[in-house]
Write a protein that binds this ligand. Structure first.
Ligand code: F6R
Length: 607
């Protein structure tokens, strides 16, 4: 949510900052701005709308002169997405420019205090208080002034600051949001995400909460809250710039859908060794016996992965598993103790609610396992143990490979734990290991089978609303299929456990309605057919998702998408592929901005 980037070096900063913003635009895209330190002080340009609008305004950066600067792409929290509310924000006399990601929770009190002291505000943002506080407490020491100011702030704030008195120097601070330092030769950077940096350097430092950094072209120094210098490890980013580019596809989302076979393989292959699942985590699978129950948490699609994971883990491990939305879990008084294993699922590793739920459960003694894509992210670092999904950078706001690799990691965990707990026969274990190894090819088959999705999207894109129904793991996949459709096409859609529809919602079914029925589990096929009959009897049209080659489905469905057959416990991943494609092509038909749907941002770092 909001992307920030900073550069100090020998080159003109503005074009470099714009390039960084373009790569961070998935984090927020309602307005953008740049401030650079030219010879005569801080120069700033802002624009509502996309980074491209900003780029036009400053002639691709050529219109701004200075070798040190900060930039921001915004997802509005306080104040509408106008030029004035866009970041950076300047202090009254222009001594400081600030970019911010997060929410300053005590901003109203600080604003009242500053206003009473005669300060005139230009914007409606929470961020502007920071610029004024900096200037009013400035004593000539840039870093200490930022530290003093940060100590007055409550909430989440990742700040990048430029000071008119110190050309060539940047100060940044991280509190509850992502911030990465990039180390170059004669130039250094900060950014919300490595995607902004990887075209320029692969050597990065992941900052921890409460850390400050001072950057000049020649040096990067990190400090803790007390001002003590901290020695940080320099990490090397393993993927290349191409991974963060469209590679010939029209949209990142389509590219990422197509990448799923490879991404799922990256999750699974390194963990299958000599016919066994090996998870390099600090507990033995036998340690699992100390957990009397497992709680899975996450937000949005990650939560949907958790729901599918619950079915698989419970079925194989015979341990009670609950799922709970992180945004609910964090504010309950949950009954959680040392006998609970919390599994936190997150693509970005920065989702504020998931982080808070982890902290809440850990404070009650739970052990935390994180399933995360982004290496070095906050969730990965907070957890006791991590299974990285290794999906590669996911740029489209709507997750696809992020979600299916989370499923793959949950499947690995379930098989590993079931064996450690002694709850699985050797033959079944071997079958499941083979099914895991076959999953990437099954994902590819799911893509290959559904070449007609585009045609179907043409047929159904005009729907005012849709329902997705399924049972068990099909229900979990229905939740995700429905979310995909609504978030990128803006068509209202709801997912229902198929048996639940008749308890009220069936009142909405009529001859105008399309019902997407997921029927991929043999044991539940007959039950699903009864539910399909129920909606057809009320005039609905049915688009079914069924196992490849199952002719029975044609008796009832108007149209069919096929999911390749294979281990049914793992069906949620391949059956989601046609639904991702369906959502994508419906959105394309409807002329939507697929990679950047309205009102959304990729990484939800505020609650
Ligand atoms: C939907 C989507 C979101 C995320 C959710 C959690 O396509 O991407 O629902 O799944 O915001 O994000 P992470 O997984 O980064 O914690």
């Amino acid at each position: 949510m909001c992307g920030i980037v900073g550069y100090t070096g020998a080159q003109q900063a503005a074009p470099i900052l714009l390039e960084g913003l373009r790569r961070l635009e998935y984090r927020g895209y309602d307005s953008a701005g740049v401030a650079v330190h030219g010879g005569g002080g801080i120069e700033m340009v802002k624009a509502s709308g996309t980074v491209e609008r900003l780029a036009e305004k400053i002639d691709g950066g050529a219109a701004m002169h200075g070798v040190c600067g900060i930039a921001h792409t915004r997802w509005a929290t306080h104040g509408a997405p106008t030029d004035t509310n866009a970041h950076p924000h300047l202090s009254e006399h222009g001594t400081f420019a600030v970019v911010h990601n997060g929410i300053i929770e005590n901003y109203a009190a600080l604003r009242a205090e500053l206003t009473a002291a005669g300060c005139v505000f230009r914007s409606e943002t929470d961020t502007e208080v920071v610029a004024h506080l900096l200037e009013r407490s400035y004593d000539g020491d840039f870093l200490r002034t930022v530290m003093r100011t940060a100590a007055r702030l409550e909430g989440s704030y990742v700040l990048g600051v430029l000071c008119a008195d110190e050309p060539g120097r940047l100060v940044c601070v991280k509190e509850a949001g992502p911030l990465i330092l990039g180390l170059g030769i004669g130039e250094n950077y900060f950014a919300s995400d490595v995607t902004a940096l990887v075209g320029r350097t692969k050597n990065v430092i992941y900052l921890d909460d409460g850390e400050f950094a001072s950057l000049t072209p020649e040096s990067v120094t990190v400090y803790d809250r007390t001002g003590r210098e901290v020695t940080k490890t320099v990490s090397r980013v393993v993927w290349d710039l191409e991974a963060a580019e469209k590679g010939g596809y029209e949209h990142f989302m389509l590219k990422e859908i197509m990448e799923q076979p490879r991404a799922v393989k990256s999750t699974i292959a390194p963990r299958l060794r000599s016919g066994r699942v090996e998870l390099d985590i600090g507990w033995s699978a036998a340690d699992m016996a100390s957990f009397r129950r497992i709680v899975l948490t996450g937000c949005g699609s990650a939560y949907h992965a958790a729901v599918a994971g619950k079915y698989v883990i419970e079925s194989l491990c015979r341990v009670p598993v609950e799922t709970e939305l992180a945004s609910e879990l964090r504010y309950r008084d949950p009954i959680i103790g040392p006998d609970t294993l919390l599994i936190a699922v997150s693509q970005s590793g920065e989702t504020a609610d998931t982080i808070a739920a982890m902290r809440e459960c850990a404070s009650r003694g739970a052990k935390v396992l994180a399933i995360v894509n982004v290496v070095g992210s906050t969730i990965a670092r907070l957890a006791d143990e991590v299974i990285y999904t290794h999906a590669g950078p996911e740029i489209a706001v709507a997750t696809t490979k992020g979600y299916t690799t989370q499923l793959a990691a949950l499947y690995l965990f379930a098989v590993w734990a079931a064996e450690g707990l002694g709850r699985i026969e050797k033959t079944r274990y071997n079958e499941l290991v083979a099914a895991l190894s076959a999953l990437p090819a099954r994902m590819q088959r799911a893509i290959d089978l559904n070449t007609h999705v585009r045609y179907l999207a043409g047929r159904w894109h005009g729907q005012g609303a849709m329902f997705f129904i399924g049972r068990g793991m099909d229900y979990a996949a229905a939740m995700e299929g429905s979310l995909k459709l609504k978030e990128i096409s803006y068509i209202h859609s709801e997912a229902y456990a198929a048996g639940e529809l008749k308890h009220g919602t069936i009142a909405l079914i009529d001859e105008k309605r399309l019902v997407v029925a997921l029927c991929c589990q043999t044991a539940l096929f007959g039950k699903m057919m009864s539910n399909v009959e129920e909606v057809k009897a009320r005039g609905a049209r049915v688009l079914a998702v069924a196992p490849e080659g199952d002719r029975r489905i044609f008796a009832d469905a108007d149209d069919v998408l096929f999911a390749p057959k294979g281990e049914e416990l793992f069906v949620a991943a391949p059956e989601l592929v046609p639904l991702q494609l369906f959502a994508y092509y419906v959105a394309l038909e409807n002329g939507c901005d697929i990679d950047k749907p309205r009102n959304l941002a990729k990484s939800v770092t505020v609650e």
